[in-house]
Design a protein around this ligand. Structure first.
Ligand code: SAM
Length: 233
């Protein structure tokens, strides 16, 4: 069996650290799906505007060489309890395939390139996309479904506070990144630290990359302080 990517996504998430663990947790994330030449025919998207949301089927390309194991310690169980790989949405699977529902923000055909805009994705930049399908509420949204250890929407109680230096940086780049403050806030609300660390108030300075910006932050009591926002060197 041979599968060929139909497209690659352009996403502000440039590294795995700080990507939300499921789609739609950070609605401010916007991505562009850029189709490969063989699939750049706008006819492929005819009618897609009727669907507000789409399924993306993709390859966990960054971790695909790292193999898999029958059990996984999901972050939702604090990263300490084991469950079977098929009872999780782990990236480390026999076939490294991911699936995410994203918002359909329309498409454009400029020159020979076909681009589909999406929102709320949990995909790393340059992730290969294998397929796109419409999200169909009567089949895909099941209000009575149970989800065991993944029942509630994840997120931390931390208040997100921007320090003076970070605020000044935001002002300087506001024209280029108009929703950056809200985007950073939603990403940090998810507390990107490893699951086993999330209960701690550690004083480590963390760095994350969104777009081409390096954002430094630190936990201080019950707040996450954004310390600085600088172009990635
Ligand atoms: N919603 C998808 C699913 O359920 O199949 C992905 C869930 S997976 C737990 C989400 C994580 O995958 C993100 O937090 C990020 O760390 C990781 N990820 C996203 N894109 C990736 C890629 N291309 N390669 C490896 N890991 C990726």
């Amino acid at each position: 069996m041979q599968l060929k990517p139909i497209a690659y996504i352009k996403s502000p998430y440039k590294q795995k650290f700080a990507i939300p663990r499921q789609p739609n947790l950070v609605k401010e994330a916007k991505g562009e799906i850029v189709f490969e030449k063989d699939f750049s025919d706008p006819n492929c998207l005819r009618g897609i505007e009727q669907f507000s949301h789409l399924w993306l089927i993709f390859i966990f390309h960054e971790t695909q060489d790292k193999g898999w194991s029958p059990t996984v310690q999901p972050p939702r169980l604090g990263g300490k309890e084991s469950v079977g790989v098929f009872a999780t949405r782990s990236t480390f699977r026999p076939n490294p395939i991911g699936m995410s529902v994203v918002e359909n923000l329309g498409w454009e055909h400029a020159g020979s390139s076909l681009i589909l805009k999406v929102g709320g994705q949990d995909l790393l930049d340059r992730t290969p996309i294998l397929d796109i399908k419409p999200y169909i509420p009567y089949a895909d949204a099941l209000p009575d479904a149970e989800a065991g250890f993944a029942e509630s929407v994840p997120g931390s109680e931390y208040e997100i506070v921007f320090g003076d230096e970070a605020e000044q940086h935001l002002k300087k780049i506001q024209a280029e990144y108009p929703n950056l403050k809200s985007f950073i806030t939603s990403v940090l609300k998810q507390d990107p630290r490893p699951a086993w660390r999330q209960k701690d108030i550690d004083d480590k300075r963390y760095g994350m990359t969104l777009y081409d910006l390096n954002i430094k932050w630190q936990i201080q009591e019950n707040q996450i302080h954004v310390l600085s926002i600088n172009p990635e060197s």
